[in-house]
Write a protein that binds this ligand. Sequence first.
Ligand SMILES: Cc1cc2nc3c(=O)[nH]c(=O)nc-3n(C[C@H](O)[C@H](O)[C@H](O)COP(=O)(O)OP(=O)(O)OC[C@H]3O[C@@H](n4cnc5c(N)ncnc54)[C@H](O)[C@@H]3O)c2cc1C
Length: 495
Amino acid sequence: MSKPTALVIGAGVGGLATAIHLARRNFDVIVLEKNQKPGGRCNQITKDGHCFDTGPTFYIFPELYEAMFTALGENINDHIKLIRIDPSHRIFFHDNSSIQLTSDLALMRNQLEDFEPGSYSRFLSYLNKTQLYYEPVLRQIITKDFSHPQDYFNFGNLKLLLQAKGWQNHCSYLGKFFHDQRLKDAFVFQDSYIGLNPHRTSSLFSIFSVSELTKGVWLPKGGMYQVVKALLKIASKYGVKIRCGLPVEKIVTEGSRVKKIICGDGRSYTADIVVANTDLAYTCRQLLPYDDFGKRINKKRFSCSTISFFWGLKKIYPAIKTHNIFLTKDSFDGYDRVINKHLIPEKPHFYVHAPARTDLSLAPSGQDTITAIIPVGHLTNASPKKWRAIKQKIRRYIFKRLYDIGITDFEKQIKFELSFSPVDWLNEYNLTHGATLGIHHDLLQMGYLRPGRRHPRYKNLYFTGSNTHPGSGVPTVLLSSHFTANAILSDSNYR
Ligand SMILES: Cc1cc2nc3c(=O)[nH]c(=O)nc-3n(C[C@H](O)[C@H](O)[C@H](O)COP(=O)(O)OP(=O)(O)OC[C@H]3O[C@@H](n4cnc5c(N)ncnc54)[C@H](O)[C@@H]3O)c2cc1C
């Protein structure tokens, strides 16, 4: 009997992992990727000995990575050498004071008590309280596949919401532990990893900061792209064929099925199953006949975008650690402008990554590899068009914040600069509105309420990746691909 066949559109983490799951179950799988290099948003640029991860830089929730490699039939330690980053972050506040988040409790005590006497014991209480619901949130929400409404809206989850006081917004929840706004900001900025505004989001998202403090923040040796390299190696072991530089232009349908896929070179491909790893709204708008389902997806709320700078630097500044967060005075206004109003703030909060501080191989000796990521509103009809000028303005602001913490000659030390704007995210990966984290992760667009894995009309078309549950993030996209493969196998006769 001939093998069942599958076409996966997009070689992001979600597409690659889904391809492996299917190939392990005897499918003949071809992955079609528009760009020359696989990995999607989890990508890497190397220039003059400097190695930049262009998308993900935080390896958190290590237990999820481990479980998802196990689901792929592999031991993650055979593929990725992890280095723990501790202190995990240096956070600079608007007044240039700073704190380092660390698992070293003595160091945490000294720093916290300097900010606010008595805050160390409340910090421990924050950790203990959040840890009580950390495992249940992972088990009942993040790692659970939702097939029916009752899987999500049930007594167990209601109890969890009540126990964790998840109806409170995250910042108000932190107000129970700290008075100093800087400390509250230090334990909620992690919400922005999935594009959330901590002033408007549930306190359940404390699991991010608590995961970092208890399970650690890690860097794969060689950078985050090692995750993609590992997936490519496993895919090759199972015979997955990956065709790069081959954009899909149309998904041709007939009745309730996908008939064929047409690529940019004019060739068409057919298969029993098609999996779209591409941005879901883009897939519905550009690749499929634009129907009511597509219109509903396109009306969803979308996450913010980013401007990113990549600098090869002639020297190393010890003040900059591996992960550095620069916060602003009015955090409510800052998040609101970017996430809810889709604007570009004059004085944004931003993040600076210096991976060579942890892995020396990522920069030439004595030099540095620096990335700055600045969250900005996603593209709308009202968005400004002059990205060059906007980038210049933001660049000057970053240099000013660096100057304020004693780094006075940063610009002079730059060997080369590369950058991304929201328009680049849109063009490079076909992300709707250039929204780097896809469909927004508010409670009404999460869990069972996030788009499903099956197209409601075309019975052999499935979705995988960050727009499906559990959402954006490398480990969560690995979970999504596992769920999608399970859906395909349970629907079909191919088990
Ligand atoms: C700036 C930034 C920072 C981030 N930071 C972190 C972090 O620190 N930690 C973390 O865990 N996650 C982080 N993320 C999120 C994480 O990168 C994503 O959630 C994840 O990589 C998405 O994977 P995916 O497979 O769903 O989609 P994608 O990576 O977008 O893959 C989709 C693929 O489809 C391809 N494609 C598009 N159109 C076509 C077409 N017509 N034909 C063929 N192929 C097509 C694209 O080129 C792409 O390769 C970050 C993301 C960004 C952008």
